[in-house]
Design a protein around this ligand. Structure first.
Ligand SMILES: Cc1cc2nc3c(=O)[nH]c(=O)nc-3n(C[C@H](O)[C@H](O)[C@H](O)COP(=O)(O)O)c2cc1C
Length: 247
C-alpha cells in the first residue's frame, strides 16, 4: 500500500525530445508494451476517444511531415482524436441527433494527448527516445486522406520513436520556465508584461532583455502570423465543420 515508485519519476525527469535515431528497429516486444501503455491511459468516461495509426510506409510518412525525424524513426505513431466511433454507436439513440462539435472534439483531444504521453513515457522506460511532431495539425484534408481518416477522426500529434544517436543522448536539457510563474496557489496569479519578459530571461538563454529582443520578435511573428500558425487554424476549422456540416 502507498508504495512509492520513484523510478517512474526518474523516467519523467530523464526524458528529452530526440530528433535523430540510430538504425535499429524497435523490437516487437517493446512495441507491444508501448501499445499497452497507450491503452492504460486515463480517459474521459472510459470512452477512449482516440485512434493511433502506426505508419511505416515512407511515402505516407513523407505526406505527413517534412521534418527529418519522421524519416529516421523506426516507429511512427499518429495519434488521432476520434469521436467517430461513439457517433456511430449513438446513432438514432438521441432526440436531437446533434453532431459532434467543439466540446466533443476537445474531450477527444484531451484523451488523445493523455494517451500519447503514456507512449512517450513507456518508450523512455524501455530505453527508447521520442519526439512529438505538431505539423500533423496542418493540412487536415491531405493528412486525413493520406491516413485514410474519415470525418470525425482528426490527426492531433505524431510521435516518432527510436533509439537515440549518441549526440542526441548527450544533448543538454531544454531549460524550463520558472515554477512560480506556472504553478499557482489557490488562485490564478496574473503577471505584467514586464514580469513575463523577466520570466523568459530567467530561463537563461539570454544575458539581457535587449539580447532577447531579436529572438522574441521573430518568435512572436511565427506564433501569431506564421504560415504554420495560420494553416493550423484553417485546418482545425475545416475538421470541425466536416464533423458538423450544419454549423
Ligand atoms: C504538441 C507538441 C508538438 C511538438 N512539435 C514538434 C515538432 O513539430 N518538431 C520538433 O522538433 N519538436 C516538437 N515538439 C517538441 C518540443 O519542441 C519539445 O518538447 C520542447 O522544445 C521541450 O524540449 P524537451 O522535450 O527536450 O524537454 C513538440 C512537442 C509537443 C508537446
Amino acid at each position: 500500500m502507498y508504495e512509492e515508485k520513484l523510478e517512474a519519476l526518474q523516467v519523467i525527469m530523464d526524458r528529452k525530445s530526440v530528433r535523430d535515431f540510430i538504425e535499429r528497429d524497435v523490437e516487437e516486444e517493446k512495441r507491444k508494451k508501448i501499445y499497452q501503455a497507450i491503452l492504460a491511459a486515463p480517459t474521459t468516461e472510459n470512452m477512449m476517444m482516440y485512434s493511433v495509426i502506426s505508419v511505416n510506409d515512407p511515402e505516407t510518412r513523407a505526406k505527413l511531415s517534412k521534418q527529418p525525424a519522421i524519416r529516421k524513426a523506426p516507429m511512427v505513431l499518429v495519434f488521432c482524436a476520434d469521436y467517430r466511433r461513439w457517433n456511430i454507436i449513438f446513432e438514432g439513440m438521441t432526440e436531437s441527433g446533434r453532431n459532434p462539435q467543439e466540446g466533443e472534439y476537445q474531450l477527444a483531444v484531451v484523451d488523445t494527448v493523455v494517451a500519447a504521453q503514456n507512449a512517450v513515457l513507456a518508450a523512455e522506460a524501455l530505453g527508447l527516445s521520442s519526439v512529438y511532431l505538431g505539423d500533423i495539425m496542418e493540412h487536415y484534408e491531405d493528412r486525413a486522406a493520406a491516413l485514410g481518416c474519415p470525418v470525425g477522426v482528426v490527426p492531433v500529434v505524431t510521435l516518432c520513436i527510436g533509439y537515440a544517436t549518441e549526440a542526441q543522448l548527450n544533448r543538454p536539457y531544454t531549460k524550463r520556465l520558472g515554477q512560480r510563474y506556472l504553478i499557482h496557489d489557490e488562485r490564478y496569479q496574473d503577471f505584467s508584461r514586464e514580469e513575463l519578459l523577466r520570466m523568459l530571461q530567467e530561463r537563461g538563454q539570454y544575458e539581457s532583455l535587449e539580447q532577447m529582443q531579436p529572438w522574441l520578435e521573430k518568435f512572436s511573428k511565427r506564433c501569431v502570423e506564421g504560415k504554420g500558425a495560420l494553416e493550423r487554424v484553417r485546418s482545425i476549422r475545416t475538421a470541425l465543420r466536416a464533423m458538423d456540416p450544419q454549423d
